[in-house]
Ligand binder design. Structure first.
Ligand code: TYC
Length: 115
């Protein structure tokens, strides 16, 4: 039997000269993951260490030891990623931290960045 010429529109179902529609019968299935955003805390010279530890416990669900460690990383390195979230959650965390810091009159800064 002679080989049928293969074309990109061949859906592999027919002999090639039959009722060829040119439509793909298999579709690509790719799982769409939402983009993630890093939430970062920035160092400054005025916000008390205990306040930063409290923020990390309160808004990021860290235990005291984890919170203290991240606070020290920010203090020493200038900034640290404190969590990775979907856009909406990251935006909410940043707003909560910035509002809480402002209400306590501390210059603590929190930002987000696409991963
Ligand atoms: N550098 C501050 C101090 O010495 C402490 C601090 C840590 C401030 C982390 C902000 O994100 C921060 N009091």
């Amino acid at each position: 039997m002679a080989l049928e010429p293969y074309t990109l529109s061949d859906n592999g179902n027919g002999p090639g000269r039959g009722p060829e529609t040119g439509l793909m019968t298999r579709t690509k299935t790719r799982t769409q993951r939402p983009p993630l955003f890093k939430v970062m805390l920035l160092n400054d010279d005025y916000t008390p260490m205990e306040f930063v530890v409290h923020v990390l416990e309160r808004f990021f669900g860290l235990n005291h030891a984890q919170a203290f460690e991240i606070m020290l990383t920010v203090h020493k390195k200038g900034l640290a990623v404190v969590g990775v979230f979907s856009y909406e959650i990251a935006e909410t965390k940043v707003a909560q931290v910035m509002d809480f810091a402002r209400r306590h009159q501390h210059p603590l800064q929190c930002t987000m960045e696409k991963e």
